[in-house]
Design a protein around this ligand. Structure first.
Ligand code: NAP
Length: 335
């Protein structure tokens, strides 16, 4: 039987997830959706045969909906995740889980009170083939122990509501999660360097930024976050170990020879670059929910990512090096 899904937020990624749930993966059907952008949401509802509801809460409460996907704007995530847990429904919430660790804590408390893990966070890089290969090489010991990680996270242009704070809380939060997952350890120190800002960064946006993290065993990480790079969506990651290095491959693309140059296309945004990861993430989420379990990044992972992002934000604002106070994992999540 199909998992009957309700989707809140039908912007760029929400619409893409509805297409994915309908046309790509098996065992799910989008039954209901909502967005404050009513006209577009109704158009998408018509296209996919789903029912439009005026509010996210109505989608969560709808009797024809078994599980929820949240793809609305970041500050709305907490209220919808908490409402989903209270309705006893599994929920896949796009990253970030919330805009602060404080809000994540409210989600954890509600989930623990309900007595069952229901929340998965949309950290889809954990499902990307390249990152998975890096993880298995690290675990095999072939490059010895990791010592340093160099990362680049560039977007062609920022979204319309992008702020200086969001370079970390909305964008680098991907690296924060996936590197913690790759290295299998927590962070202890955060610092943010602010290079000369691009003249193309509008409305006072400070871009690029360099996030420096140190893990508890001393692995040093640098992440260049540049949301205005103009040329395309570019994600790079290289792990330097004691006896070798391993680097994220560029996504498979044909190489063209033309006009005196070898070239290959750089994807314009995340939707093409990580398409396979999103597909795998959603197939596994649907399959896991049908078995009554959460298999991807949990609410705890979403919380730890926000604890780290908050520390980075404070480090940037104060221009200082911050010690990160990492909470002990609660038994409920430590299974
Ligand atoms: P977007 O195109 O701006 O879409 C967000 C949608 O949410 C908009 O249609 C917005 O309407 C709507 N919205 C705002 N408040 C709402 C509310 N209270 N209830 C229902 N809908 C509401 O942004 P996006 O790029 O799709 O991003 C959406 C979420 O996905 C963000 O949290 C983002 O971080 C995440 N995301 C994740 C990835 C990933 O790689 N995993 C990639 C992209 C985005 P208005 O436009 O009228 O405000």
């Amino acid at each position: 039987m199909d998992l009957r899904v309700g989707v809140i937020g039908t912007g760029a990624i929400g619409e893409d997830h509805i297409r994915r749930l309908t046309n790509v993966i098996t065992g799910a059907k989008v039954m209901a959706l909502s967005d404050i952008n009513v006209e577009k949401a109704k158009r998408i509802a018509d296209k996919y045969g789903a029912k439009f509801y005026a509010t996210g809460e109505e989608v969560i409460e709808a009797p024809e909906v078994d599980a929820i996907v949240i793809a609305s704007w970041d500050p709305t995530h907490t209220q919808y995740v908490i409402a989903s847990i209270k309705a006893g429904k599994f929920v896949l919430c796009e990253k970030p889980l919330a805009t602060s660790a404080e809000d994540c804590k409210k989600i954890l408390e509600t989930e623990i009170e309900g007595g069952k893990q229901l929340v998965q966070v949309g950290f889809m890089r954990r499902f990307d083939r390249g990152y998975r290969q890096i993880k298995s090489v690290i675990e095999s010991g072939k490059i010895g122990q990791p010592l340093m990680v160099h990362c680049v996270h560039r977007n062609r242009i920022p979204g319309p509501k992008h702020t200086t704070e969001m370079n970390i809380k909305n964008s680098v939060i991907h690296e924060i999660d996936v590197l913690r997952w790759l290295l299998g350890e927590e962070y202890k120190i955060a610092q943010v360097l602010m290079p000369k800002s691009s003249r193309l960064a509008e409305d006072g946006l400070r871009d690029p930024q360099i996030v420096l993290l140190e893990t508890q065993s001393g692995v040093r990480i640098d992440v260049e976050s540049f949301v205005n790079c103009q040329y395309g969506y570019d994600v790079q990651c290289e792990v330097v170990g004691e006896t070798g290095t391993i680097r994220l491959p560029d996504p498979a693309n044909v190489v063209m020879c033309s006009q005196g140059a070898h070239s290959y296309e750089i994807f314009p945004d995340w939707s093409d670059r990580f398409v396979e990861a999103y597909d795998i993430e959603f197939q596994q989420w649907v399959d896991a929910v049908k078995q009554g379990v959460v298999k991807g990044a949990t609410a705890w992972d979403g919380y730890i990512a926000c604890v780290t992002a908050d520390a980075c934000t404070e480090a940037r604002e104060k221009g200082t090096i911050m010690n990160i106070t990492m909470p002990e994992c609660q038994k409920f999540y430590n299974k």
